[in-house]
Design a protein around this ligand. Structure first.
Ligand SMILES: Cc1cc2nc3c(=O)[nH]c(=O)nc-3n(C[C@H](O)[C@H](O)[C@H](O)COP(=O)(O)OP(=O)(O)OC[C@H]3O[C@@H](n4cnc5c(N)ncnc54)[C@H](O)[C@@H]3O)c2cc1C
Length: 400
């Protein structure tokens, strides 16, 4: 009898498996329909011996010390600051847009103060910022919007930015200085030996059993368990009762080249002229030295694995109905970005899973991260043992 059946061995499922087994001595069966653990963060050494991310580049960044420290129990970190160039007007310029982007693009020599004025002049004020187009045009004007955002967003989402929630483009800042880091979080690092190795350590516990290549529906009636933790798509769990929740998918084209370096940055975005959105060169991310190099192209598409929930009001309304069904299921915990239909970064999913574990054991997230319940096996015999050890007979001390 398992205490928990966990569906999905990505961040959400694996963190909960680790906490329930290590923290609460629960017996856990974790299954995944894919042939590997680590969910979308799965990485592996390809035939040439280069560490690559199967489902596109995964860069770890967070402002949460708790999350960073928690994962640090399962991996050493390699410091890494992510940088992106955008291929625009035949040049490669820093993205997010910063002082150097503007100077290079327009052949100018502006200072930080002057570029602020530049943005003020080109920006088109918008009283009610509602869509992804509003966000950008109100900050940097229509020309830069068209060069950097319009077509990229159309390609990425299959929708015009004017049809997407403001949240999509608000993720990308605009800078008046020369900071060309893609993220500004306090903690930016990559697991030194890769994500999969980190997951292996997380799941390495005698109470955790793993079943790969297994859809939970194949086993849920065969294997006894008490509660379920579900990290798959919420609409699929409820047999699409309210229809399919729309997702954007991607096709990844991996290539290895017989050269040490392929491009001038870890990621180069192609907003306008190519069918792919970006090219990532993995050695920048992993720090691996190798005489060849591996890259991946990303082609957005409508069909395929569900990667990005599409943030639009009508989709949020469908999700709200599924959420009501999910909330009514006291025997199932819905965790992770497919089960809660929202784009979350890895650190946010780790935080969400730790919070869920906190709820299960009745603690705040921070305490739950470190929690280890005293087991019956430990408390009782240890007390008795220490009493005997103290004076050879029965002592009053309690080492419990
Ligand atoms: C292209 C891309 C790039 C990204 N880059 C970054 C990044 O740079 N930084 C960052 O912080 N985040 C990034 N993310 C987000 C990151 O992937 C997620 O935050 C994280 O993977 C979410 O973890 P999860 O456990 O919720 O979901 P997942 O990793 O998707 O895990 C869910 C698992 O459930 C399994 N499953 C689903 N249905 C079933 C079923 N019926 N039976 C059994 N198993 C099932 C799936 O196979 C999957 O393995 C990126 C995402 C994508 C798609």
């Amino acid at each position: 009898m398992f205490d928990y059946l966990i569906v999905g061995a990505g961040f959400a499922g694996s963190v909960l498996a680790e906490r329930l087994a290590n923290g609460s001595d629960k017996k856990v069966l974790i299954c995944d329909k894919r042939p590997h653990i680590a969910g979308n963060a799965f990485d592996y050494y390809n035939d040439e011996g280069i560490l690559i991310h199967k489902y596109g580049p995964h860069i770890f960044h967070t402002n949460s010390k708790d999350v960073f420290d928690y994962l640090g129990k399962f991996t050493e970190w390699r410091e890494y600051q992510h940088r992106v160039l955008a291929n625009v007007d035949g040049m490669q310029v820093p993205m997010p847009i910063n002082l150097d982007t503007i100077n290079k693009l327009y052949g100018l020599n502006l200072t930080a103060f002057e570029v602020e004025d530049f943005f003020k002049k080109v920006a088109e004020p918008c009283e009610n910022i509602r869509t992804s187009e509003d966000v950008v045009v109100s900050k940097v004007g229509r020309e830069l919007y068209e060069k950097f955002f319009k077509n990229y967003t159309r390609k990425q989402w299959g929708l015009d930015p004017s049809e997407l929630d403001a949240s999509v483009t608000s993720r990308v800042p605009t800078r008046t200085n020369r900071d060309d880091r893609y993220f500004t979080d306090v903690y930016q690092a990559m697991p030194k030996h890769g994500y999969t190795r980190m997951f292996e350590k997380m799941l390495d516990h005698p109470n955790i059993k793993i079943m790969l290549n297994t859809d939970y529906r194949e086993i849920m009636h065969e294997i006894p368990y008490r509660d379920m933790i579900y990290t798959g798509p919420v609409d699929s769990f409820f047999n699409y009762e309210y229809g399919k929740l729309p997702y954007r998918s991607l096709e990844f084209r991996h290539e290895t080249h017989d050269t040490e370096q392929f491009q001038n940055a870890p990621v180069v975005n192609y907003p306008n002229d190519q069918p792919y959105t970006r090219i990532t060169e993995f050695k920048y991310l992993t720090g691996q030295e190798h005489k060849k190099t591996s890259i991946v192209y990303e082609y957005p598409q409508a069909e395929g694995d569900p990667y990005y929930p599409i943030p639009r009001r009508e989709n949020a309304e469908i999700y709200a109905k599924y959420k009501a069904l999910a909330d009514a299921r006291k025997d199932v915990h819905f965790v992770g970005r497919l089960a809660t239909y929202k784009y979350y970064n890895m650190d946010q999913i780790v935080a969400q899973a730790l919070t869920e574990y906190g709820k299960i054991v009745g603690m705040k997230r921070k305490e739950a991260t470190l929690y280890k319940a005293p087991t019956e096996k430990m408390t009782l015999p240890m007390r008795v043992l220490s009493k005997v050890n103290a004076n050879g007979k029965m002592a009053a001390t309690n080492a419990g």
